[in-house]
Ligand binder design. Structure first.
Ligand code: AMP
Length: 403
């Protein structure tokens, strides 16, 4: 019987999953990818093979998280026939100041992470729910949590600190940064593709529904555009990015909005969707002829250009710019518009290479190399599960119902 590793990435209305084959020599290969999404009153489960071909597209009439998860684990169990699950890896958005590396799940760790949920109340409870349920129902399967904040543990205190009274920092109110699993994956890819670039000064632009950038030196994080929450920095699909906190106070006061209403505004009604009034989807906006759509894209690109300048000055120059995630990997237009404003850095885009989606899209003369690298957070999680010293089959204490 061969071994496999399952990764789960649980959000508010969907669970993304991937199954990797684990060879005896430790090599991982992607075998299945899929997701379970809430659409109206039903759940839609989709599964693809390693080449992206559809294997299943099912509608499930189940309501409630527990029932959906139970059906999902049964479905995955059937799919795994002939394979033994050596471990399950989970993406957890926030690890706070104390959790800086992937960790094996224990009841104590779960309790600690539960307390941290108040740092990211919109994400962490969703991340933790399947971990708790699996620990209860299948305690023999080792589980590992991988934190999106962990990659940024190398950020210096000066980059972490807010200019608030010191007592706030002691309470954990500081910059953490996110998209860490994506950045870690890109850093590993760079090390393999170009050790010289990996050793140098690199900005990675993770441009998807969520968007951020990371300044790296020698493959480690020096600074990033997201801060205490995943709301800060670049313009996103529905999130506002950097905002003057004074504007927030003003709107709350003028419109009488409470914290929950403000949270909904900033997380779900702003960004590309809010500015365009059309869509949060970049592809839709690029195809639209509406002025509001092109104005939203203008702001999206402008903020990237501005942040590249800031991060390049933090790095003391720039050797490479890497585009990744949905927009970064797939939109020559956004890459071209961004790079077109970065000539002052000595960056020279090869327009033809960019249009055809080449791996390197800068000219040989460009002082800054520009690359496109597909990210794979699931592969990074699977690597962490594989690399964590633990014996598959070690019993993990089940969490009690009130833990
Ligand atoms: P992600 O969150 O990484 O899946 O990225 C989702 C974003 O990528 C959405 O805004 C999509 O519109 C965008 N995207 C995907 N493909 C393209 C494309 N070919 N051109 C422009 N944007 C794209």
């Amino acid at each position: 019987m061969s071994d496999a590793i399952l990764t789960l990435n649980a959000g508010s209305s969907s669970i993304k999953l991937a199954i990797f084959d684990l060879a005896p020599d430790g090599r991982l290969s992607s075998w299945r990818r899929g997701d379970l999404r809430e659409t109206g009153d039903v759940q839609r489960f989709r599964l693809r093979d390693a080449d992206g071909a559809g294997i299943a597209d099912e509608t499930w009439n189940v309501t409630g998280f527990e029932a959906s998860l139970s059906r999902l684990t049964t479905r995955i169990g059937n799919e795994l026939a002939g394979r033994r699950l050596a471990g399950i890896g989970h993406r957890v958005v926030h690890g706070g100041a104390g959790h800086r590396m992937p960790e094996r799940v224990t009841p104590d760790l779960l309790d600690m992470l539960e307390e941290l949920a108040e740092l990211a109340p919109l994400h962490v409870p969703h991340n933790l729910a399947p971990i708790r349920a699996i620990a209860r129902d299948q305690p023999d399967i080792p589980q590992v949590v991988c934190f999106d904040t962990a990659f940024h543990r190398t950020m210096m205190p000066v980059a972490r600190r807010f200019a608030l009274p010191r007592s706030y920092e002691a309470r954990g109110i500081r910059r953490y940064g996110f998209h860490g699993l994506s950045y870690e994956y890109i850093a590993r890819q760079l090390a393999a593709l170009s050790p010289r670039i990996h050793a140098g000064r690199v900005i990675v632009a993770h441009l998807g529904s969520g968007a951020s950038m990371c300044a790296m030196r020698g493959g480690t994080s020096v600074d990033t555009t997201m801060g205490f929450t995943a709301l800060d920095g670049l313009v996103m699909g529905t999130r506002c990015g950097t905002l003057d906190p004074g504007a927030l106070l003003h709107v709350m006061r003028q419109d009488g909005l409470d914290v929950d209403a403000m949270e909904r505004l900033l997380y779900t009604r702003s960004g590309l969707l809010g500015m365009s009034g059309i869509s949060n989807d970049m592809q839709v906006l690029l195809e639209s002829r509406e002025t509001a759509a092109s104005e939203a894209i203008d702001v999206f690109v402008y903020r990237i250009v501005r942040e590249v300048g800031a991060l390049a000055s933090v790095l003391g120059g720039l050797d490479a710019l890497v585009f990744t995630a949905g927009i970064g990997e797939n939109s020559p237009e956004i890459r071209e518009r961004t790079c077109g404003q970065l000539g002052w850095l000595g960056l020279d885009l090869d327009a033809a290479a960019n249009r055809r989606g080449a791996a390197v899209i800068s000219t040989p003369e460009s002082r800054v190399e520009v690359r496109v690298i597909a990210t794979d957070e699931e592969a990074m999680i699977a690597e962490h599960v594989r690399d964590l010293p633990m014996l598959a089959g070690d019993p993990v204490q089940p969490a009690g119902p009130n833990r």
